[in-house]
Write a protein that binds this ligand. Structure first.
Ligand code: NDP
Length: 313
């Protein structure tokens, strides 16, 4: 096949499906198309499409339980995928590539907050997602190294936690907001007046609506020619888990449900809010979806898709 413009790995995931909604003119890759942990398949993908541009979203991703249970898989699979994708993007002369890191890759404790991009390697990551964090740090180092040695026009973004339609809502493998929406819904359906959440409710979390992330990735692909990593998050928002739960109860019209925190289970990192000055300098003022508005839209999507999801579980 001749050269196509843009390929997006991880095209079937949360962020990938948000991109599909707003940008149809790209090739979206899932693990069913190419298993990116296999060098032969990564090479075949580049050979087939010879893309000009790549957004590399694909990753083994999970919440605190999955990260604690499968650290070896997180490290092994992510490191393989990232190594092969960056290497072959370079060999096949990709003109621009965005690699996606995560705010989990930042040090567990920093001297200053919000976290600026230059603090990324300045201390050990949180122990509950240590392996995943290191696979993301290595991706950042790999992108910088290919830029230095081969002059590749590659850079990375560092998003905060995400949520939105098409998130993974399953028990045991979901992220916090998706799990929260499922728990609230199940309590409503079963007429229960309480739901249980892990931890103390005290940690602070920035949350990014997946469709905002998709728009920002396309803006950066278009506008950014620099080499630095860029934090992506809604500026100056950093509510506690307990506050997010309260917002979700309101957004789903479930104020009669009470939250019970299981303080014996781990909290994860206390805070990892991101400084977004660099992002704003590049894309200008961006109107982020409010947490309440995003949760409403996600819950609506969940209600429309719950039957399909239950069939797959
Ligand atoms: P998802 O878990 O929703 O999707 C992961 C994607 O990666 C899927 O398309 C999946 O394909 C693909 N994938 C996984 N393994 C392989 C493989 N071996 N070969 C090919 N493709 C594979 O991820 P998100 O959309 O949530 O995340 C996108 C990016 O953003 C990731 O890099 C993630 O680390 C990062 N990020 C995510 C955050 C979040 O809160 N979700 C927060 C910060 C960063 P398939 O569907 O076929 O399995």
């Amino acid at each position: 096949m001749s050269c196509i413009g843009l390929i997006i790995t991880g095209g079937s995931g949360l962020a990938g499906q948000a991109l599909q909604k707003i940008h149809t003119n790209a090739i979206y890759i899932s693990s069913k198309d190419f298993d990116l942990t296999k060098e032969k398949e990564v090479k075949a993908m580049f050979e087939e499409y010879k893309p000009d541009e790549v957004i590399h979203l694909a990753a083994k991703v999970g919440g605190i339980i999955k990260n604690m249970k499968y650290p070896a898989d997180m490290l092994y699979e992510n490191t393989l995928m990232n190594s092969f994708v960056i290497h072959y993007a370079c060999k096949y002369n990709v003109k621009k590539l965005i690699g996606v890191l995560s705010n989990c890759a930042y040090p567990d404790i920093a001297e200053n907050y919000p976290l600026r991009e230059e603090y990324l390697y300045s201390g050990p990551p949180q122990k509950t997602n240590f392996a995943y964090a290191y696979s993301k740090r290595t991706l950042g180092v790999q992108i910088d190294s290919y830029r230095k040695q081969f002059n590749c026009n590659f850079f990375s973004v560092i998003p905060c936690n995400m949520y939105g339609p098409n998130d993974c809502f399953g028990k045991g493998n979901s992220h916090f907001v998706a799990a929260l929406i499922r728990k609230i819904h199940e309590a409503k359906v079963n007429n229960k007046k309480t739901i249980n959440l892990m931890g103390t409710g005290k940690p602070l979390r920035q949350y990014l609506y997946s469709e905002d992330f998709a728009k920002i990735l396309l803006l950066l692909l278009d506008k950014y020619e620099g080499e630095k990593s860029i934090n992506v998050a809604p500026a100056k928002q950093n509510p506690s888990i307990a506050k997010i739960a309260e917002i979700a109860l309101e957004a789903t019209d479930s104020q009669d449900i009470k939250i019970i925190f299981d303080e014996s289970s781990p909290d994860g990192q206390y805070r990892k809010d991101l400084d977004t000055n660099r992002l704003i300098d590049i894309i200008g003022n961006f109107k982020f979806t409010s947490l309440s508005g995003g949760i409403k839209k996600t819950y609506e999507w969940y209600l429309n898709n719950i039957a399909n999801m239950q069939k797959k579980e």
